[in-house]
Design a protein around this ligand. Structure first.
Ligand code: NAP
Length: 246
């Protein structure tokens, strides 16, 4: 990166978000590490970045709440400066068969995984337009592209992210801002750790690469998309999935 950039990574205390935050810091960004419940891990990630000689700030906000997102951007801007790189990573699953899915399970996933992108992008875009440079990266899922049984809410939210990304990219592509999505396949984190060993083995068997992905596999792509070198990549959905969707 040519000059120092400020990155905000949502849900960066653990899993994929943490790997993205660390990788962006390694590449010279000042990083806001957002968390909602994982305060300890988020502080630890920020300390890890500081120990590498970087600049980081752990910031609490529920990304499903527009008012909290607004406050978070205010705090990050005061502490580190205007956000140049936004990585919307925070997400949850509340899997259930459609007939059993409660409205609350639907709403919570849509709010956390999709509305959060609207809240965060809305705050990020104005200063990006002013600076005529910006990177917005949404972490979607291959299950938005091919569906996952028992995941109507999750697949709908993640597919919504992809539509949002393309639409926003078209809106602001000429302003030096890129908007892209990453669609991870099966990545080893707390989210997938809850699956039974049997189910995990079945998933892994279906991956052409013959292994699960790591958070770092996603972080490397996110860092590239955030770089100056990715300035002509616009409105794309890139799967990091060991070949599941090919
Ligand atoms: P994870 O280990 O379960 O971590 C989820 C992260 O989201 C945590 O840092 C959590 O922070 C944060 N989060 C959840 N609700 C939040 C809220 N309301 N406000 C702020 N932060 C919130 O998940 P992961 O596997 O790293 O997944 C990261 C992203 O990749 C998610 O969007 C997920 O859907 C997507 N993805 C993952 C996989 C996979 O195989 N792992 C595959 C496809 C897509 P707190 O603990 O602080 O709440």
């Amino acid at each position: 990166m040519t000059d120092k950039k400020v990155a905000l990574v949502t849900g960066a205390g653990r899993g994929i978000g943490r790997a993205v935050a660390l990788e962006l810091a390694r590449r010279g960004c000042a990083v806001a590490v957002n968390y909602s419940r994982s305060e300890g891990p988020a502080m630890e990630a920020a300390e890890q970045i500081a120990a590498m000689g970087g600049e980081a700030f752990a910031v609490k906000a529920n990304v499903a709440d527009g008012a909290e997102v607004k406050e978070m951007f205010k705090a990050v801007t005061e502490k580190l400066g205007a956000v140049n790189i936004l990585v919307c990573n925070a997400g949850i699953t509340k899997d259930n068969l459609l007939m059993r899915m409660k409205e609350s399970e639907w709403d919570e996933v849509i709010e956390t995984d999709l509305s959060s992108l609207f809240y965060c992008a809305k705050e990020a875009v104005r200063p990006m337009l002013k600076g005529r440079w910006g990177r917005i990266i949404a972490i979607s899922s291959v299950n938005a592209l091919r569906g996952g049984a028992g995941q109507c809410n999750y697949a709908a939210a993640k597919a919504g992210m992809i539509g949002f990304v393309k639409s926003l990219a078209r809106e602001i592509a000429a302003k030096g801002i890129t908007v892209n999505a990453i669609a991870p396949g099966f990545i080893e984190t707390d989210m997938t750790a809850v699956l039974s060993e049997e189910l995990k083995a079945k998933f892994i068997e279906s991956i052409p690469a013959g292994r699960a992905g790591s958070p770092q596999d996603v972080a490397d792509l996110a860092a590239f998309l955030a770089s100056d070198q990715a300035s002509y990549l616009q409105g794309q959905v890139i799967a990091v999935d060991g070949g599941i969707t090919m």
